[in-house]
Design a protein around this ligand. Structure first.
Ligand SMILES: Nc1nc2c(c(=O)[nH]1)N[C@H]1C(S)=C(S)[C@@H](COP(=O)(O)O)O[C@H]1N2
Ligand SMILES: [Mo]
Length: 526
C-alpha cells in the first residue's frame, strides 16, 4: 500500500520561544495601553484594564474583600492592579507560545481577553454607550499587533539556517524595529492615558480661587489653642488634606470638571431639582469642622481624620426639594456609579450639619476626596453618608434600594460608635522610667466626648485630661501621666460620650457596623 508523500520539505520551524512570548506580551500590552489612552480621552472609567479591576472588586466574595482589606489595608488597590498585571503578563506570554506555528490560537486568546475587557466595561455601574470605544479599540489593536508581529516573526524565523543573507538580516531588523516601536508606543499611550486622567486640575484651581473670594455665610471658628498636642505624638487637630485617610472602591478617580458637574435631586420629592456647581455656590456657604470615620477602622486604627469642610447645608437643599412622607432613605450615587443610602431623618435633623461639601481645609476638594462635590454627614460612618464625586440624590425608601456595602454584608444604618485611640506610647515602645505620658484621641460624633479614662496594668481607672473641645462633631484629644517602674506595662482606655454612655468593652470586628472594644497598648519601661 502506498501512501502519497509530499516531496521532502523541511517542516516549517516554529517561531523561537522567546520571540513568541514577546509577541504575546506586546499584543496584550498594546491593547491595554491603547484602551487606557482612548478611555482617558473619551470616558476615563472605560479603560479595559481598570474596568476588569473594578469588576474583580465588585464581584469579589465578601470574605475575600475583607481578607484583602485586613491584609493590605489601603494598599489593596495597588496590590490588586499589580496582581492583575502579573496574571495578564503570564497569560500574554502563554498566548504567544501557543501560536509558535499558526497565528490563529494566539489571535483567539487575544480576542477572548479583549471581550473580557469589553464585558467588564459593559457591566460597570455607570456604563454609557461611549464607554464601548476604548475596549473596542483595545481589541482591534491587540489583534492587529499580534497579527503583524506574528507574520513578521514567521518570515524571520522560518528561514533555514543556510538562507542567512542580507534579506534575512533586514527581516530580523524589521521585526525588532516594529516590536520596539510597539513597546514604546504602548508605554507612551499608557503614560498619556494616566496623565490625561488628571485633567481636572485647572477646574480645581478655579474652584479654590472662587472659594477664597466668596463670602461664607458661616465660618468655622478658629481651632482654639489647647485643643491638640501634636508635640506629644497625637495628630494635629486638623488633618492636612494629603494625610486625610482615603477609602473608596475607585481604581481611577472620577475626573469631572466643576463646570460640567450637576446634581439631580429626584424621587419622592415635591420639586425635582437639578443643581449646577454655580447654583451650589450661589447658595449660602458654610464651613464646619468635622471628624470623619470609616466603619472599617479597627480599634487603634487610623481611618479617622478631621477637616474644615466648606459646603451647602444639605438639609436646606432637601427642604427646597420638598421630601415626601415615607421617603426614609436619601440614596446617593457617584459619578463612577458607587451608591449608598443615608437615613433621611438624620440628614433633616436640625443641627446635624449635613453638607454638600465643595471645599476642604481652604481649598477645593482634592480629587481623591470627591472633587467637585461630596456629601458629609457628621456622626455617620463614611460608607452610609460620605459619597464622593456625588452626582445623584434620590429620595426613596430603604425597602426599595440598598447601598453598595449593604449588599456586601455591612449594616444598613451605621452611626459612629464612641471610640478612642492610644497614640503614645506606641505599641511595644521603650520609654524611660519615671513620669510617662499617655495620650491619644477620642470621638463620639455628633454627641461629643465628656470623659476619657485610662488604667495601667488593670489598675483603677483614672480620668485623663481632656483637650479643649472644638465641637461635638470632632475628635477630642486626651492625656494622662503615670509614675512607672521598669518592666512591661499595658495601658487601656475607654471614652464616655456627652450623654454619659461609656464605650463598650465588648470586642467586635468592624463588620457589620463598626469595631468596638477598649484599646490597649503594651510597652516597656527601662
Ligand atoms: N464614590 C464613593 N464615595 C465614597 C466611597 C466610595 O467607595 N466611593 N467610600 C466611602 C467610605 S467607605 C468612606 S469611609 C469615605 C471616605 O472618605 P475619604 O476618602 O475622603 O476619607 O468615603 C465614602 N464615599
Ligand atoms: Mo468607610
Amino acid at each position: 500500500m502506498s501512501v502519497p508523500t509530499h516531496p521532502a520539505r523541511p517542516s516549517p520551524a516554529g517561531i523561537l520561544h522567546v520571540v513568541a512570548g514577546m509577541i504575546g506580551g506586546l499584543a496584550v500590552g498594546a491593547a491595554l495601553a491603547s484602551g487606557h489612552l482612548v478611555a482617558a480621552l473619551i470616558s476615563p472609567s472605560s479603560s479595559p484594564f481598570l474596568a476588569v479591576g473594578d469588576t474583580v472588586i465588585r464581584f469579589s466574595p465578601q470574605p475575600l474583600t475583607e481578607f484583602a482589606k485586613t491584609t493590605f489595608g489601603t494598599a489593596d488597590k495597588p496590590v490588586l492592579l499589580g496582581g492583575m498585571a502579573v496574571v495578564l503578563a503570564i497569560l500574554a506570554v502563554l498566548t504567544g507560545l501557543l501560536a509558535r506555528r499558526r497565528a490563529a490560537p494566539g489571535v483567539s486568546v487575544v480576542v477572548v481577553l479583549g471581550l473580557l475587557g469589553l464585558g467588564a466595561v459593559i457591566l460597570a455601574p455607570a456604563f454609557a454607550p461611549r464607554d464601548l470605544v476604548a475596549p473596542c479599540v483595545a481589541l482591534v489593536v491587540g489583534v492587529a499587533v499580534f497579527g503583524v508581529l506574528h507574520a513578521l516573526a514567521r518570515r524571520t524565523c522560518s528561514r533555514t539556517a543556510q538562507e542567512t543573507g542580507p534579506g534575512q538580516v533586514s527581516r530580523r531588523a524589521v521585526l525588532v524595529g516594529t516590536s520596539a516601536a510597539v513597546a514604546v508606543a504602548s508605554l507612551a499611550s499608557a503614560g498619556a492615558g494616566q496623565f490625561l486622567g488628571r485633567g481636572v486640575e485647572d477646574s480645581r484651581q478655579r474652584v479654590t480661587e472662587r472659594l477664597a473670594r466668596l463670602r461664607l455665610a458661616e465660618r468655622a471658628p478658629a481651632i482654639p489653642p489647647g485643643s491638640a498636642f501634636p508635640e506629644l505624638g497625637t495628630p494635629t487637630f486638623l488633618t492636612p488634606n494629603r494625610d486625610f485617610y482615603r477609602i473608596d472602591v475607585a481604581l481611577r478617580i472620577p475626573a469631572q470638571r466643576a463646570e460640567d458637574w450637576a446634581l439631580r435631586i429626584h424621587g419622592m420629592v415635591e420639586n425635582e431639582l437639578t443643581l449646577t456647581f454655580d447654583d451650589l455656590l450661589a447658595r449660602p456657604l458654610v464651613e464646619r469642622t468635622i471628624t470623619m470615620t470609616c466603619v472599617s477602622n479597627p480599634v487603634g486604627g487610623d481611618l479617622v481624620s478631621t477637616a474644615n469642610f466648606i459646603g451647602v447645608d444639605l438639609r436646606r437643599v432637601l427642604l427646597d426639594a420638598g421630601v415626601r412622607p415615607g421617603a426614609d432613605q436619601v440614596f446617593a450615587t457617584s459619578i463612577d456609579g458607587w451608591y449608598t443610602g443615608t437615613p433621611t431623618d438624620v440628614v433633616l435633623e436640625e443641627g446635624r450639619g449635613a453638607l454638600l461639601a465643595v471645599g476642604m481645609n481652604g481649598e477645593a476638594l482634592p480629587p481623591e476626596h470627591g472633587f467637585p462635590v461630596r456629601m458629609v454627614v457628621p456622626g455617620l460612618y463614611g460608607y452610609v453618608s460620605a459619597t464622593k464625586w456625588l452626582t445623584d440624590l434620590e429620595l426613596t425608601t430603604f425597602g426599595a434600594e440598598s447601598g453598595y456595602w449593604l449588599e456586601r454584608g455591612w449594616a444598613q444604618k451605621a452611626p459612629i460608635k464612641t471610640q478612642c485611640r492610644i497614640d503614645v506610647p506606641r505599641g511595644f515602645a521603650t520609654v524611660p522610667a519615671g513620669r510617662v505620658t499617655v495620650a491619644g484621641i477620642a470621638w463620639s460624633q455628633p454627641t461629643g466626648i465628656s470623659r476619657v479614662e485610662v488604667r495601667m496594668d488593670g489598675g483603677p481607672w483614672k480620668e485623663a485630661d481632656l483637650a479643649n473641645e472644638v465641637n461635638p462633631r470632632t475628635w477630642r484629644m486626651w492625656r494622662a501621666e503615670f509614675e512607672l517602674a521598669p518592666g512591661s506595662h499595658t495601658v487601656q482606655t475607654r471614652a464616655t460620650d456627652r450623654n454619659g454612655n461609656t464605650q463598650t468593652e465588648m470586642r467586635a470586628d468592624p463588620i457589620p457596623d463598626g469595631a468596638s472594644g477598649w484599646p490597649a497598648t503594651i510597652f516597656t519601661v527601662t
